[in-house]
Design a protein around this ligand. Sequence first.
Ligand code: ASN
Ligand code: ZN
Length: 346
Amino acid sequence: AATASGTGNSLFAGKVPLTTTKTGSRSYVLKDPSRWGTETRDAKGQELEVFARGKKFTSTTNKWGNGAVSSRASAAVDAQYGITKTLDFYKKTFGRKGIANNSKGAKAMVHFGNKVANAFWDPACGCMLYGDGDGDMFKKPLVVLDVTGHELTHGVVDATARLEPTRVDQDGNQYGEAGSLNESLADIFGSNVEFSANNAKNPPNYLLGEKLGLDQKFLRRLDKPSLDELEGAIDYWSPAVYDAEVHAGSGVSSHAYYLLAEGSGRKKIGSVTYDSPTFDGLPVKGIGRAKATAIYYRALTRYMVSTTDFHDARVATLKAAKDLYGAGSTEYKAVDRSWAAVNVTP
Ligand code: ASN
Ligand code: ZN
């Protein structure tokens, strides 16, 4: 396919470059040959879960969207841009070639269903599906960068540890530590995608969904998960984890990761001030985001399995830290300390 350089006007990330496919003298498709044919299509308001039936985005000018919700292509620009940044993050940081590390492109559909206030990784489709929001709590399409990083990371987990919820209730709510760990890893790597993209219109931070326009100003956060009142996330392991929905239970390991990366206490990074507490009140010294992320990625891809719980995650990250930095290293000790600081047993 002929590769072309287009530009998009996104809803949330400003004006962005997009690599597209030239299909004729004045025709282009929103499909990126330089990233294994990664493509975003239009589900046209249907609950369509078959990518092949999505409508292609095409252009005669290779300029996409106008930055307004009324232009159907604008949401596609955010999605395609976010997917690009997610693929690039995984490739440049870990050498990972695509979501399943099989040199296949990622697929997504925007405008999924009617007033859907969510975005999903759909394992059956092998694609991402983005709702347009319900117009109430979620006012705009859910195509922000960290949500894309979150959902595609579910694809990475699906292709690696396959962490699964231990229980699903009648309403489809999921419970259990392995499922919580899955949500947490999606938030951890989703935040890392933002740091990696470093977009001035969408500055990186340890908050998730801060561009969704919610009253509490973010959906979740890693430094002190309990500040999330919407989902009631928890900061520390306790028996309450057994009854916590996975997006609430995720707080335990998200918090451990933040402490490992940045340490406890007050800290201003970019425009956000964090104040991360510990279970025992004792401080944790961070080892930096790059090392913390390398440890979690190695743990995910080498040592975690479908039933890995928080205790097992402590063991898995320690093994990864030992591989990367040695058993006597500062990094190894910091991993151990970070899990103790969120009350996870050794
Ligand atoms: N956005 C949610 C998530 O990825 C959708 C879901 O799977 N419940 O966690
Ligand atoms: Zn998730």
